[in-house]
Design a protein around this ligand. Sequence first.
Ligand SMILES: Cc1ncc(COP(=O)(O)O)c(C=O)c1O
Length: 407
Amino acid sequence: MSSFVTHLECANCGGRFAAEQVQNVCTACQRPLWVKYDLRAVKSHFPREALADRPPTLWRYRELLPMRDDAAIVTLGETMTPILETPRLAAHFGVRHLAVKDESRLPTGSFKARGMALAISKAKEFGLQRVAVPTAGNAGGAMAAYAARAGMEAYVFMPDDTPSINRKECFLAGAKTFLVNGLITDCGRIVGEGRAKKGWFDLSTLKEPYRIEGKKTMGLELAEQLDWELPDVILYPTGGGTGLIGMWKAFAELEALGWLRSAKKPKMISCQSTGCAPIATAFERGERFATKFENAATIASGIRVPAAVGDFMILDAVRASGGVALATPEGDIPKWMQFATSREGISLCPETAVCLGALDVLLARGFIKPDERIVIFNTGAAQKYPEAVREDLPRIDITKPIDWDAI
Ligand SMILES: Cc1ncc(COP(=O)(O)O)c(C=O)c1O
């Protein structure tokens, strides 16, 4: 099958690049590249009804994805993730429609699988053999798994306090994994410097064009699952921002295809922690580019990104949608994780926990209305964060009589 990609386009200066060649960022201004499609041709070749007969994986949106050669697709079974109604949470918040799209079902337990499925598949299509990534945790785990699946050599650089499960999953998948006594931005510098020295392809967030295309499928899938009627509000935890940016791109493409029932788009709520809130801070200040957040510290490791390459893309999308960026108190994260998981059984990651804090605040401010349709993205599985959960369970000593009053 052929591709409908026309070219790559710089998100900042609009510079155009050929999609047939390996490309990281814009060579003129070093900013991220969008993948552009001939959406008119997609529209005439791909009626949305065609989806009915396709397998329930992200590859069902094949015409809106950048692959030229299907034989290069590297897959671990990127299933469609469920949208789960959450009536107990809705009752607590006093809202009518609250649902969680549970991305923890994806390979390696987070939405990062979507981006890496595309990035590694494109790397394979280009004949690349060695890839590297700086990571807050889940992206490294996903890249390691997809690189193993593709038979590629993988290098992962992560802060030395990255959750242990992420370290172990990279190790198990055979990636050359390094612990760095710094933040993801320091890891990013190492990957950048190693490009010339080690000859690897840099798969950092928004430093190659294809991870975002994978993340885009969250938006395509959401629209399809909701019968092409988007929700009023989306709450999304923001680190590097590709999830939010990718979804916003998906909505624009769906609109151009005429697949959406209404032109009204969701308010995009970019959720961060007070422990690392560069985007929320820039939003409040009315700035388009964010200042590096000093002394970033949060147990929601995936959103511990003090400086995001795509800051302006996140802020543009949030503002265009009529949404906001805001930070939840860091100390509230364990409370929201436990609160939501114990009420609905959905294993909520600490990153998504900040969305509940944001929802609480925005409802109190009247920014979100009780009858609006709200979707929160659970971007990963709580089980990947053993260090973030302090369970302090009581013990039973089987050498003594059981104290039933204590149970
Ligand atoms: C579980 C989880 N949620 C959210 C994020 C932030 O995603 P993005 O970089 O798309 O903003 C990450 C990134 O590592 C993550 O692992």
